[in-house]
Design a protein around this ligand. Structure first.
Ligand code: ATP
Length: 234
């Protein structure tokens, strides 16, 4: 479904991603791992269209989307939950969900989809008319994911979903991601909690200073010397 080839992302002279290949089949979950500054967020930005790659290609559903603007990629079914969640704090949960579906669904379809989201995320029902800014960090993360799902994406990309959350809440978020995986959703996950990410994922790519240093099935990556020492503290 997603094929990234020889990707290079630059910000002026600074090279954020030097060379990255990854492939993600439909229904698969891929974890993108690496230290701070390795180029993970820049990879997601290149796939979602927020930045244009300096080199390489991004293919989605067999189509070359390397130079498509972000809104067209979104229409094709690519959704991104950015790092730091960034829900609209002054708007209610209901309004945040509505915005998530605004580009893709008409009013009636939005209402149906919002109801589905409340079934999947019961905590959001409780706060439906509350401002998003009053929710806890974990609830905001749930809302950010629900908002992205409103558009019925084919590929969900999530940047650091566990960042700043208490361990129990992190478990809740990962339970939810596991349920989404079980429903067949294709996901690309950037996550600093490498143990959890590799547990969820089918495959993994390890980035270091903009280059792939290891990739393969998640259990193989988890068993590698590199990942055990550098990321799993074993
Ligand atoms: P983090 O976990 O800290 O977000 P990351 O692996 O996601 O790290 P990126 O955010 O993709 O890494 O950053 C890769 C490199 O690109 C870093 O050296 C970073 O300083 C640089 N960089 C990221 N965004 C920009 C930007 N808008 N302008 C200039 N340099 C940037």
């Amino acid at each position: 479904m997603l094929d990234v080839g020889a990707l290079q992302v630059r910000y002026g002279e600074a090279v954020a991603v030097e060379h990255l290949d990854l492939a993600l089949p439909e229904g698969g979950v891929l974890a993108l791992i690496g230290a701070n500054g390795a180029g993970k967020s820049s990879t997601l930005a290149a796939i979602s269209g927020v930045v244009t790659p300096a080199r390489g290609s991004v293919r989605f559903g067999g189509r070359d989307i390397t130079r498509l603007p972000p809104e067209q990629r979104s229409r094709l079914g690519i959704a991104l939950v950015p790092e730091g969640r960034r829900v609209f704090a002054a708007l209610t949960v209901a309004e945040n969900l509505t915005l998530g579906g605004a580009m893709h669904l008409d009013r009636a379809a939005r209402a149906v989809r919002a109801e589905e989201m409340l079934g999947l995320f019961p905590v959001l029902r409780q706060f439906y008319r509350s401002r998003a800014g009053t929710l806890s960090g974990g609830q905001q993360q749930m809302l950010a994911i629900a908002r992205a799902l409103m558009a019925r994406p084919k590929l969900l990309m999530i940047d650091e979903p566990s960042l700043g959350l208490a361990p129990k809440v992190v478990d809740d978020v990962f339970d939810l991601l596991a349920a989404l995986k079980a429903s067949g959703l294709t996901m690309l996950l950037v996550e600093q909690n490498v143990a959890l990410a590799l547990d969820l994922a089918d495959s993994a790519v390890v980035l270091a200073t903009g280059r792939v240093v290891l990739s393969g099935p998640a259990p193989d990556v988890a068993a590698s010397e590199l990942v055990r020492h550098a990321y799993l503290g074993q």
